[in-house]
Design a binder for this molecule. Structure first.
Ligand code: HEM
Ligand code: HEM
Ligand code: SF4
Ligand code: SF4
Length: 437
């Protein structure tokens, strides 16, 4: 018999999609039975109470969590999101319900032993409920009490070789696409770079020192499987600068219907036989492709590396061999002054250990933003306020046409005084010598 009636939530147990309600009920039952005789460090019926308070929110149409919550572990300024229920008498199991962010491995590859050990820890010292994973990338332990935070942190670091993720006005947990681990499009080792920079900037991640939050994300190619261009202040997107490699025999196999276009991604729809002209040549955004006499040609000088042709014919077309990364900056959600995607800052840089060319850009950006950024101003907003040019000056990058989608149309152009012969100091009497009032 469940502790609380949950008629509204019960409706979410039907339908084909995995039901979070059924799963939480199952965990509630597991804890009630306690087959492994765990000495639960948070209330045994925490899962019942989480369903109870959620049911109440469904009924009221409003949240039942109090505002904010400041908890954590010594040495760090972030990593834990404190949270208290506003009906603690009714739902004592979730009176404290703090969330712990645990830094995930790059690409989120696990083995079962590691996950099992982590689950044992969380069953013992937490609610048994998780989020796999937070949008930023962290493993999210959902719901524990303040007294358990240091205990969990001790076990994570001493037994599991595992640190917390980031929260607050700092570098948040970086994340990446699966990259070279299992994708032929990857132009650099996203996991290696993600892992390296996460370690390199542990201090910036654990102890907030910034005007506001800052995120890194790493995509192996412009397909952007981790959406770095939309969801990170500094976005690293793989690309190449030599020619797309064409296997003409494989092109013929696509044209002949032997290989399915897009690796079969549209096979459930009735799109007819593959038409290379219609589906590739005519869709190339720059019109730099040609298919004549059974031969595919690409004018690589005009190719913007959009990935379309490669995505359609992965067995025939491959990224170039001279690969690297583009760095884009400023992506953010709407608050305060409107949503932004990343703007191109560095068109191309090689990704080579020890990644100095990359850390130089990161640190130059931080030097500028940490000094100039207003309180709770994202990098993207500072770029808007002080200008892209101010950023280029600060970072020491020369402006190039690739920095803009189009030139400005307004003529409100600032010049630096030393660029203008004679400077700004003028005498009106000198002017009046030639122009009477
Ligand atoms: C009977 C003659 C004219 C009338 C009634 C007239 C009226 C106007 C009006 C109502 C505006 C819009 C002001 C505003 O919205 O802020 C305007 C703008 C302007 N007018 Fe005239 N105008 C006349 C002749 C001229 C002449 C002869 C010139 C130039 C040789 C001229 C140049 C301009 C310019 C440069 C603007 C500003 C346009 C802009 O900022 O988009 N106007 N005028
Ligand atoms: C070297 C010559 C000139 C310079 C540097 C100049 C500069 C300017 C500037 C800075 C403004 C203010 C723009 C703003 O902030 O809105 C302005 C407005 C205007 N100018 Fe000139 N101007 C020049 C010659 C002329 C001439 C010869 C005419 C007319 C025959 C003219 C007509 C106007 C008009 C109508 C406006 C008002 C536009 C508006 O704000 O609606 N200008 N000009
Ligand atoms: S972003 Fe590109 S390289 Fe990374 S997984 Fe997606 S397609 Fe592959
Ligand atoms: S990658 Fe895009 S721009 Fe380049 S040739 Fe292929 S379709 Fe055209």
């Amino acid at each position: 018999m469940a502790k609380h009636e949950t008629p509204l939530l019960d409706q979410l147990e039907s339908g084909p999609w995995p039901s979070f309600v059924s799963d939480i009920k199952q965990e509630a039952e597991n804890r009630a039975k306690n087959a492994n005789n765990v000495e639960f460090q948070v209330k045994q019926d925490v899962c019942e109470d989480i369903l109870g308070v959620l049911e109440l929110s469904y009924k009221h149409g409003r949240t039942h969590w109090k505002h904010g919550g400041i908890v954590g572990v010594f040495g760090y300024g972030g990593g834990v999101i404190g949270r208290y229920c506003d009906q603690p008498e009714m739902f004592p199991g979730v009176a404290h319900f703090h969330t712990i962010r645990v830094n995930q491995p790059a690409g989120k590859f696990y083995n079962t032993e590691w996950l099992r050990n982590l689950c044992d820890l969380w069953e013992f010292r937490g609610s048994g409920i998780t989020n796999m994973h937070g949008s930023t990338g962290d493993i999210v332990f959902l719901g524990t009490v303040t007294e358990q935070l240091e205990e969990i942190f001790f076990e994570l670091t001493h037994k599991h070789g595992q640190d917390l993720g980031g929260s607050g006005s700092n570098l948040r947990t970086p994340s990446d696409c699966i990259g070279e681990a299992r994708c032929e499009y990857a132009c650099y080792d996203t996991q290696a770079l993600c892992h390296f920079l996460t370690n390199e900037y542990q201090d910036e991640l654990h102890r907030p020192a910034f005007p506001y939050k800052f995120k890194f994300k790493f995509d192996g190619c412009p397909n952007c499987c981790v959406a770095s261009i939309a969801r990170s202040d500094m976005s690293f997107i793989g690309t190449w600068r030599d020619d797309i490699r064409i296997d003409q025999d494989a092109v013929a196999a696509y044209v002949g219907g032997e290989y399915p276009p897009n690796a079969g991604a549209h096979k459930d729809g009735n799109w007819g036989a593959f038409d290379i002209q219609k589906e590739v040549i005519d869709l190339c955004p720059t019109g730099c492709m040609k298919y004549e006499g059974g031969k595919l040609e690409i004018n690589d000088k005009e190719c913007t590396r959009c990935m379309h042709c490669i995505n359609v014919m992965p067995r025939a077309l491959k990224k170039g061999l001279d690969t690297g990364v583009s760095i884009l900056v400023g992506a953010k959600a709407p608050i305060l002054d409107g949503a932004q995607m990343g703007s191109l800052l560095v068109p191309f840089v090689k990704v080579e250990e020890p990644y100095e060319e990359i850390t130089e850009v990161i640190e130059a950006i931080w030097d500028w933003w940490m000094e100039e950024g207003k309180n709770r101003e994202r990098l993207g907003e500072l770029i808007k306020r002080q200008g892209f040019q101010a950023m280029l000056d600060a970072v020491g990058i020369d402006p190039v046409p690739q920095h803009v989608k189009e030139p400005r149309s307004n003529p409100y152009i600032f010049w630096k005084e030393d660029e203008v012969p004679g400077g700004w100091q003028r005498d009106v009497n000198e002017f009046r010598k030639y122009h009477q009032r």
